[in-house]
Design a protein around this ligand. Structure first.
Ligand code: PLP
Length: 432
């Protein structure tokens, strides 16, 4: 790729830009609220991860990077990654369909999730995905039965729950024994032996995914260690194991935290996993898209009440639910004309949705002279932003805009409320 000096979000002449495009120009054309993505930043993130693995591992042992589509599943975003040779980690039949549409080849698609339906399993088999990551004994038996019925062998890996604390928010921890995800070690051992003897299954290996927004390599290294010991044991018993899927979870900077050092992460993969000689898969989601997106909103009102100042935006929790759901902290920046030394005030930044939880930030320092009509950007909203959005309060989904090298494209239209209402069906007995 050619050098892209404007990649990412940066101020130019006092105006916040995305890959060189001033955000007010996007707001003017597309309205607000809108999701704006930087293709340059996505590429930079992808490159950083590739570089870390290239430096750590020999060319023949490079991991398959299976982008976790649930972070941001827009077809254009998937295309951007599939063109780099990335695969996909999908958690539903819908995501599998998206990944295929996004250009991911089936042999690079991993199907994860605790509750796959018969239809989804059948679709995955028909599509010939690389592997289905299995999370329970009953699921393994369903997959086997469905594969037998279809006259194929189902490629499966068992998801091991290594019981390590990822040190992240309780709602995004997945690798503790009390979480619903994965199989305990003793269950992996017994099911692995069962699966090995089942001629409707092809055993690929093991997978883990211990949580999201990890900020240190330590929990990864612990989980890799447990995974490696278990894998070595299974191999010693003569069982087939050709793939180790290490899951996602790489964190990003939202506030003052930092994501894990990629060099150390890749070194942990090299030191702990690589010696087993298996194919390696990683499933980053947030790391690739999180800081490459923002939610562009306009101030509707400044309201003062009992000594508090509220900045009321035209974006709400239906557009970006992370602050309400996980107490997530997102940077909020004025888009224009409120440069460095300007006086600030503390605001509660809220949306129009009828929920007290519809609050993006409390007591946030923002320009004292902020006015209705001004644009603000809720930063680091490129992962689990649009993909978790809803239409609560009959608010249409916002559009998504992808910017690259000074140009932007709408990659998803703003919904029209009339179309949404037309999805309702009124039974004949009421329609008189
Ligand atoms: C959500 C998820 C991921 C991606 O997690 P990030 O924290 O976004 O990297 C990867 N693998 C599985 C199985 C997941 O459920």
């Amino acid at each position: 790729m050619s050098a892209d000096t404007d990649a990412g979000f940066a101020e130019k002449d006092g105006v916040l830009c995305a890959d060189g495009v001033p955000l007010p120009a996007i707001a003017q054309k597309c309205g607000t609220p809108s999701y704006v993505y930087s293709a340059g930043r996505m590429a930079t993130n992808a490159q950083a991860l590739e570089d870390a693995f290239r430096a750590a591992l020999p060319p023949r042992s490079q991991p398959l990077i299976a982008y976790a589509c649930k972070a941001n599943g827009n077809t254009a975003v998937l295309k951007l990654f599939s063109k780099r040779g990335f695969g996909a980690d999908v958690v539903s039949g819908g995501e599998l369909m998206r990944a295929l549409r996004g250009g991911m080849t089936p042999e690079k698609i991993v199907f994860s999730g605790v509750g796959k339906t018969d239809e989804e399993i059948a679709f995955a088999l028909e599509t010939k995905v690389r592997q289905i990551n299995v999370e329970s004994g009953p699921e393994l038996r369903r997959i086997s039965a469905l594969a037998r019925r279809a006259g194929v062998r189902a490629p499966v890996a068992l998801r091991f729950n290594p019981d390590v604390d990822a040190g992240t928010h309780a709602k995004i921890t997945t690798g503790k024994s009390e979480n619903k995800f994965g199989l305990a070690e003793e269950d992996v051992r017994s099911l692995y032996a069962v699966a090995a003897k089942d001629d409707a299954l092809t055993l690929r290996g093991l997978s883990i995914h211990i949580g999201s927004q990890l900020t240190s390599v330590e929990p990864f290294a612990q989980a890799f260690g447990k995974l490696a010991r278990l894998a070595a044991d299974l191999k010693a018993q003569g069982l087939k194991l050709d793939t180790l899927d290490l899951g996602g979870g790489l964190g990003i900077a939202y506030r003052d935290e930092r994501g894990p050092c990629l060099k150390d992460y890749a070194a942990a993969v090299r030191d702990i996993i690589h010696p087993l000689g298996a194919d390696i898969i990683v499933e980053p989601g947030r790391f690739l898209t999180g800081d490459a997106g923002l939610l562009l909103a306009r101030i509707l009102y400044i309201k003062e009440s009992r000594g508090r100042k509220y900045m009321i935006l035209d974006a709400g929790m239906n557009d970006l639910i992370r602050p309400s759901l996980y107490d997530a902290w997102h940077p909020i920046r004025p888009v224009a004309g409120k440069g460095g030394g300007a006086a600030t005030e503390h605001y509660d930044v809220v949306g129009p949705v009828c929920e007290t939880g519809d609050t993006f930030a409390k007591n946030r320092a923002l320009p004292a002279d902020a006015q209705p009509g001004d644009l603000v950007a809720v930063m680091a909203a490129g992962a689990y932003g649009f993909s978790m959005s809803s239409r609560y309060n009959s608010r249409p989904h916002p559009p998504e805009i992808l910017v690259r090298k000074g140009r932007f494209d709408v990659i998803r239209q703003r919904e029209d409320i009339r179309d949404i209402i037309n999805e309702d069906l009124v039974p004949a007995w009421l329609d008189t």
